[in-house]
Design a protein around this ligand. Structure first.
Ligand code: DON
Length: 575
């Protein structure tokens, strides 16, 4: 990892020396931790999951052991967002070596998947039909990914980290407000899957209220088996059979097979690390567009003095324009780079980003934004994949200073809305472009292909200060809006010097399309009017209120954790 990491950091160092308004730059690699004395902490989307992570850290577990505990509880208490039937990306900072590693547990398409799998009568399939069909489920990657990370960095026995979730599943837990709300909202969006009804509705067909004590013995049994027999029972044993059976017996059957399950392998990649002024920011490479998207936005903004612009109309104008440029490139060029050439280096090249920044006008919104021509790119169709509401992000810092930043997802609400052995199976494959080609017949990079991973926007991020020391770990759910949510919060913390919680609470504005989505109720009305006068157009909501940012930072020798005020998460320090 370290070997690769240096190549990118050298490449960024050269151009960073030309950046103005920065303090002298000292180190451009994350550095080993000499003497960690700041304690340990967990921040996640649910207090029961946070508590489970804290409990494992208190028992001497590492950040990875705690991640297993947090994920297995989230799968139970926040099943609309993530779970062991889904996939995830993790960034890991190793305090001892100073390495940043990435773990890729993204779902893969079955070998039987075809580019026109989501087409019906020459048209893209209706979205929710596709979600609930057998075509939407990819091989779940979370368990295999956690196993790989645990083999590298676990300290406790594998089975031990599942104990908090098993206890909650078997003894009962209170249904959360958010799960109850989503179970109630679902029928207004689509006919809910039978397993959602069976789990979250009572015998009179009414949604169960928040606070109802829920038990899930099937899930408890699944975790006991995974704890005892390892991931093999999931990928080759009866759980694999149950998943395959569910997918193949769907009214629109999918092709997922026992072979697909057995052949799943989690992977590691070199992280994408790029300087942002005096900071070093690391993110997830393809098949996520998160690292490229967030680093592009920050790289474009580096050409402007965001600190002086501050939380002003001008500051927001620049942020919105940088998003428009970065999203256009992201939509056009990024997909699973095992299947298509992604011009990652070209997109992150500081000169290229400077040329993109030069398209921006100080006083007026750009009239027309088109994809750029970064080095190594070729003509591609633009993918218009839409947004959704599943997913969860958590951050863990252990008492050695190791850091986990993990975004995890079943994709949409309750995934494909079908349950197997106490957990929901994902609908991640609807993250592929339904259309194989754009309207001119140009192939779309994110088209379905056998064995491919759908492009993601998940952006687990870790940032280091000028001395290469851990500074901030952050991420969010939100589909393609994740890139906008995460960069907004980073600007709030690094450029606008806001307390972490206030930076998470800054209004969300997602400028992927026109009109941009805006969180009106949090945005200053006079600034919005000034932005309108500059030519920006906005639509209230449209996913803008849906961030779930969770973050931990080290500031003035203290760990500070924060949970997005829009959700029900928590941050807790280990005693
Ligand atoms: O991988 C992705 O980018 C999406 N499947 C994540 C979905 C999501 O964040 C929905 N959240 N609200």
């Amino acid at each position: 990892m370290r070997r690769f990491f240096s190549i990118l950091t050298c490449f960024t160092l050269v151009s960073c020396q030309t950046t103005q308004n920065t303090a002298p730059i000292q180190k451009f690699e994350a550095q080993p931790v000499a003497n960690w004395q700041y304690g340990a902490m967990v921040a996640s989307a649910n207090p029961m999951a946070t508590k489970a992570g804290v409990e494992i850290l208190e028992k001497g577990g590492s950040a990875i052991d705690a991640a297993i505990a947090v994920q297995s509880v989230l799968s139970l208490v926040e099943p609309q967002s993530s779970g062991i039937g889904g996939g995830a990306f993790m960034l890991y900072f190793d305090a001892k070596t100073g390495d940043v590693q990435t773990y890729d547990g993204r779902e893969t398409a079955p070998m039987g998947a075809k580019p026109d799998m989501f087409m019906q009568d020459g048209k893209p399939m209706e979205f929710w039909t596709a979600v609930k069909s057998g075509h939407s489920t990819g091989v779940p990657g979370v368990i295999a990914m956690l196993d790989l990370a645990w083999k590298d960095h676990g300290k406790l026995k594998w089975a031990q980290s599942f104990e908090p979730a098993i206890a909650l599943a078997e003894n009962g837990y209170p249904l959360t407000k958010r799960t109850a709300e989503y179970a109630e909202i679902l029928p207004k969006i689509t006919t809910p899957g039978a397993d959602v009804i069976a789990t979250f509705y009572d015998e009179n067909g009414k949604p169960k209220p928040a606070g109802t004590i829920m038990k899930n013995p099937a899930y408890g049994k699944t975790l006991r088996e995974i704890g005892q027999f390892g991931p093999k029972v999931f990928y080759e044993g009866h759980i694999a059979k149950d998943i395959v059976q569910k997918v193949q017996s769907n009214a629109i059957p999918g092709t997922l097979s026992l072979e697909d399950m057995k052949n799943y392998r989690p992977t590691t990649h070199q992280p994408l690390c790029q300087t942002y002024r005096v900071h070093l920011m690391c993110g997830m490479p393809p098949p996520s567009s998160g690292g490229i998207g967030t680093l592009m936005i920050m790289g474009i903004l580096e050409n402007y003095d965001m600190k002086s612009l501050g939380n002003s109309t001008q500051g927001w104008h620049h942020f919105i324009e940088a998003q428009r440029l970065a999203y256009m490139d992201r939509d056009t060029y990024v997909a699973d780079d095992k299947f298509v050439d992604v011009p990652t280096q070209g997109l992150l090249d500081k000169e290229y980003l400077k040329s993109r920044a030069a398209l921006m006008n100080e006083t007026e919104a750009m009239k027309n934004v088109v994809a750029g021509n970064p080095k190594g790119s070729q003509k591609r169709g633009r993918d218009a994949t839409g947004g959704v509401s599943g997913t969860s992000h958590f951050v863990i810092v252990d008492k050695m200073g190791n850091v986990v930043s993990m975004t995890t997802t079943v994709e949409n609400l309750f995934g494909s809305q079908q349950m197997v052995d106490g957990f929901f199976i994902n609908n991640q494959l609807t993250d592929f472009s339904f259309l194989p080609n754009d309207k001119d017949g140009t192939p779309i990079v994110n088209r379905v292909e056998a064995g491919k991973k759908p492009r993601s926007s998940m952006s687990p991020t870790i940032i280091f200060d000028k001395d290469g020391q851990f500074e901030l770990a952050i991420g969010s759910p939100g589909g393609n809006a994740i890139i906008a949510y995460v960069t907004k919060a980073i600007i709030g913390v690094l450029d606008w010097d806001m307390p972490l919680i206030d930076a998470l609470g800054l209004p969300n504005v997602i400028a992927r399309r026109e009109p941009a989505a805006m969180e009106y109720k949090r945005f200053d009305a006079s600034k919005a009017q000034e932005l309108n006068a500059m030519g920006h157009t906005f639509q209230d909501g449209n996913g803008a209120e849906n961030s779930g940012l969770h973050a931990i930072m080290l500031k003035n020798g203290k760990l500070i954790g924060a949970a997005d005020p829009r959700r029900e998460g928590s941050a807790e320090q280990v005693k």
